[in-house]
Design a protein around this ligand. Structure first.
Ligand SMILES: C[S@@+](CC[C@H](N)C(=O)[O-])C[C@H]1O[C@@H](n2cnc3c(N)ncnc32)[C@H](O)[C@@H]1O
Length: 394
């Protein structure tokens, strides 16, 4: 059932595979066949060094976002994906009003994780068809991460001319609902010079009379997530006084890229420490995990660039052919002997609870993970907004 729903999700208008030449297609096919054969050999025990042990992670991402008591504030989620933002707001004590997400496979993950949440998936989750007036005046925070492909390198950066550009839909929802505050999240590529005019005309201009808007970038690694992952945030407040109370979240952790952070902050774990792998005398943040749904074809790789490959190699971790679970990963050591990642490992590297119910197909689960906001970053942002809105319990 899940498989079927997931496949339907990638028919959604925001997903566009790249066109491949016959030669590229043949190369990809050959790689897939070679890895399937190697997997079969490993499963049949047809090699002496097939297995690596199953390691237990040292990082529990839930420790980075302790559950806070209800703060009396409501949050409505658009473009909810696998739930990165939803987790952060929920754990910061917000009352989850509803999630809207076009991919049914993603909506099923949210419902499985939180059966008590109102989750609209598929056609009923398509934000383009929703009459938002039913929420008018009832929402404290509206948050959403419209698809990033129009602004990401992998998505070709076609901005407003990309049919997947849903930022105008987010703006429509803000104007119809008039939340006290909103958060719009996207890849840091949106904050580059190329999209300056786009931001001005599509976000700032339509909202500036009703909202005081701040734009800034956050890095998940500053909040204890073992991954270099930068995102641009637009946060708007309807009330000037509340806007003035808002502070951009400051790092809770330091890491090797931090400069000028107080030394008394706890250190963000590197990949090896977070996943509980043996010490090899080198550790570092994970390169940004790519989404399994972005790129020339569905993929079970989290590799985002050539420089990322160098970093994975130094870490002794294999970023391709992510396995469905730790047992499967341990039974299928990568050709170069490096540690094979599992979906659960990727959840930890993204700051998700290790048992978040993403499932096969692996590419789809990696799509949800790689598209998401790291929950601990969302949590810290949610707390800053909560303080600015002065809820009774804050
Ligand atoms: C960048 S992801 C959002 C990630 C999410 N904020 C998180 O933290 O996990 C964008 C999501 O928007 C969804 N989406 C795209 N078009 C949509 C539409 N018209 N209505 C609702 N959701 C849509 C995609 O399926 C995708 O899951």
């Amino acid at each position: 059932m899940y498989k079927q729903l997931a496949a339907r999700g990638t028919d959604a208008p925001w997903y566009q595979g790249w066109e491949l030449t016959e030669q590229e297609r043949a190369t990809f096919r050959a790689t897939t066949i070679a890895s399937q054969q190697a997997k079969r050999r490993a499963a049949s025990g047809d090699c002496s060094e097939c297995k690596h042990p199953v390691y237990n992670p040292r990082l529990n991402p839930l420790d980075l976002m302790p559950q806070l008591v209800g703060n009396g504030l409501s949050a409505l989620s658009l473009f909810s994906g696998g739930g990165g933002m939803d987790i952060g707001f929920d754990r910061a004590g917000f009352n989850h009003v509803a999630s809207y997400e076009i991919m049914e496979g993603a909506a099923s993950v949210l419902s499985a994780a939180h059966p008590e949440w109102a989750v609209y998936g598929g056609d009923s989750g398509d934000v383009r068809g929703v009459d938002w007036s039913k929420y008018r005046g009832k929402i404290d925070v509206l948050h959403g991460g419209p698809p990033c492909q129009p602004f990401s390198n992998a998505g070709r950066q076609n901005g407003a001319s990309d049919v997947r550009d849903m930022i105008p839909e987010f703006v429509r929802a803000v104007l119809a609902i008039r939340p006290r505050a909103f958060v719009c999240e996207n890849v840091s590529g949106l904050a580059t010079k190329k999209f300056k005019n786009y931001i001005e005309s599509t976000i700032i201009e339509p909202l500036k009379r009703q909202y005081v808007i701040r734009q800034f970038i956050l890095n998940a690694a500053d909040f204890g997530v073992p991954q270099a992952r930068r995102r641009v945030l637009f946060v708007g407040f309807a009330d000037q006084g509340e806007a003035a109370q808002f502070d951009i979240p400051t790092p809770t952790h330091r890491h090797y890229r931090s400069t000028g952070f107080p030394h008394n902050l706890p250190a963000t774990m590197g990949v090896r420490e977070a996943l509980g792998l043996p010490d090899i005398g080198f550790d570092a943040l994970s390169p940004t995990l790519r989404s399994g749904l972005t790129g020339p074809r569905h993929t079970t790789s989290v590799l985002s660039s050539v420089s990322a490959l160098k970093q994975w190699n130094r870490l002794g971790v294999w970023p391709n052919g992510v396995a469905a679970d730790r047992a499967a990963a341990s039974a299928y050591v990568a050709k170069n002997g490096h540690f094979r990642l599992s979906l659960q490992d990727c959840l930890v590297l993204q700051g998700f609870p290790g048992d978040w119910p993403v499932e096969r197909p692996v590419y789809f689960a990696l799509g949800l993970i790689g598209n998401s906001v790291a929950p601990p970053m969302a949590y810290n942002l949610a707390n800053s907004i909560s303080r600015a809105l002065h809820p009774a319990t804050c």
